[in-house]
Design a protein around this ligand. Structure first.
Ligand code: NZQ
Ligand code: ZN
Length: 388
């Protein structure tokens, strides 16, 4: 039975190859001081930086730049932004980049006027925001995280080896996001496919929970089928607009909170993957792919009916003459074959994880309770060993 919920998603999206034309109308809604934040330079290489700057100038904005947001943004970078945003009395943070830049902008939006250490308040104590929030707008260049239409903001603390995501409320969602699939064409293949797996895993983290008949599961099966199909096309031809635009839209739906409604949700692959990320600074999607097969094979017996359904509905496994276990296993085998086909990292050893890190990574993995099996510390270590 579908549980009770309240649903609202306040982010306005502009989607398509002319989406940037809507930036000027969005900018009119905010004051003149804009903080333009971006990553390590991909937007300068692609020319998007020049296009955005031109629009900002035409709209009469006073622009403060905050470049250098790294993949897996750090707490030190957050402190740097807080100081700048306060000094410049920023009215709007405009994030141009991937999930890291969008997440960073949201973390900054709630931290700039936070009267205590935002890392402690939001990431260690997971408290709600009770200070002024600077509005955020996003121009997305990398597809995967769903950050463009959610309240998530993941920050890494290398000193304490913690990578933690705070899922903020509606007041922190981007006010608007500009989604032009063409901007994603320049992504290196490694980043592109890491993003594809991030999307699939966001869906499976929600799909593999609950035993009731839930509409969200049907929606997710459709999203997964479309992703599997389009990813194969995009890997062969990264400039296939049809495939890239479908994938961009799937990514948004996978994590804009809609399909989570009525679900308890799992998120254990993300918890383990994030802890791997804290130790290695590896690409987010690859930290997920590298632990996934060991994790899903481990929990399959506890959610057998759902894994069987996944095999048949998502991977077209023919159930004739097979036991439930055989059907479910065939589904996971098909998923693994697809992961290898598109070029994902399948082993944490390849990401720089060494045996001596495993206990620490397991310690840093928050244990979630919404999936088919609440893992023990020992089970996480076992999964990590199998993923080596
Ligand atoms: O920094 P630049 O030069 O822009 O290069 C980036 C970066 O090196 C590059 N890139 C992005 N767009 C490009 C491009 N290169 C060429 N052409 C383009 N169009 O790609 C690299 C990776 O970018 P990044 O933003 O780090 O990737 P992603 O979008 O996967 O974001 C990862 C971060 O998001 C968090 C992750 O933990 C990680 O910190 N997540 C956020 C979530 C959320 N908000 O809900 C949920 C996710 O599960 C995830 O945890
Ligand atoms: Zn993710």
């Amino acid at each position: 039975m579908l549980g009770n919920f309240t649903y609202c998603n306040p982010t306005r999206l502009h989607f398509g190859d002319d989406a940037l034309e809507h930036l000027a109308e969005e900018l009119k809604l905010y004051g003149e001081n804009v903080l333009l934040t971006y990553g390590g330079g991909s937007i300068k290489k692609s020319g998007l930086y020049d296009d955005v700057m031109q629009i900002l100038q035409d709209c009469g904005k006073h622009v403060t730049e905050l470049p250098g947001v790294m993949p897996n943004p750090t707490v030190e970078k957050l402190y740097e932004g807080c100081k700048l945003a306060r000094e410049q009395k920023i009215d709007l943070i405009l994030a141009v980049g991937g999930g890291s830049v969008c997440d960073y902008a949201k973390a900054l939006s709630v931290s700039a006027y936070c009267e205590e250490d935002p890392w402690e308040k939001y990431y260690l104590r997971m408290e709600d925001v009770d200070n002024a929030i600077i509005p955020v707008g996003c121009i997305l260049t990398m597809v995967g995280t769903g950050s463009e239409m959610n309240g998530g903001a993941v920050i890494t603390n290398h000193d304490t080896k913690q990578k933690i995501g705070h899922v903020f409320g509606e007041n922190v969602f981007p006010k608007f996001s500009i989604l032009n699939p063409v901007y994603t064409f320049t992504l290196p293949k490694y980043q592109m496919v890491a993003g594809f797996y991030d999307i699939l895993n966001h869906i499976t983290e929600q799909y593999f929970s609950g035993t009731d008949d839930c509409t969200s599961d049907y929606v997710m099966e459709g999203l997964m089928r479309s992703l599997i199909h389009s990813a194969r096309i995009a890997v062969k031809n990264p400039e296939d607009y049809e495939a890239r635009s479908n994938i961009m839209w799937i990514a948004t739906w996978a994590l804009n909170t809609m399909v989570a409604k009525g679900k308890t949700t799992d998120w254990m692959v993300h918890m383990i993957g994030q802890s791997v990320g804290a130790y290695t600074d590896a690409t987010h999607g690859m930290t997920l792919s590298a632990v996934s097969m060991a994790y899903y094979r481990h929990i399959m017996p506890y959610g057998l009916a759902k894994f069987k359904r996944f095999a048949i509905q998502v991977w077209d496994i023919d159930p004739t003459g097979k036991t439930d276990e055989e059907i479910a296993s065939a589904g996971l085998n098909a998923m693994e074959a697809w992961m290898r086909e598109i070029g994902l990292v399948m082993r944490i050893g390849e990401l720089g994880v060494t045996e001596d890190m495993l206990e620490g990574i397991a310690d840093g993995s928050f244990i979630m309770t919404g999936g088919y099996k609440v893992l023990t510390h020992e089970e996480i270590v076992e999964i990590l060993k199998e993923s080596m």
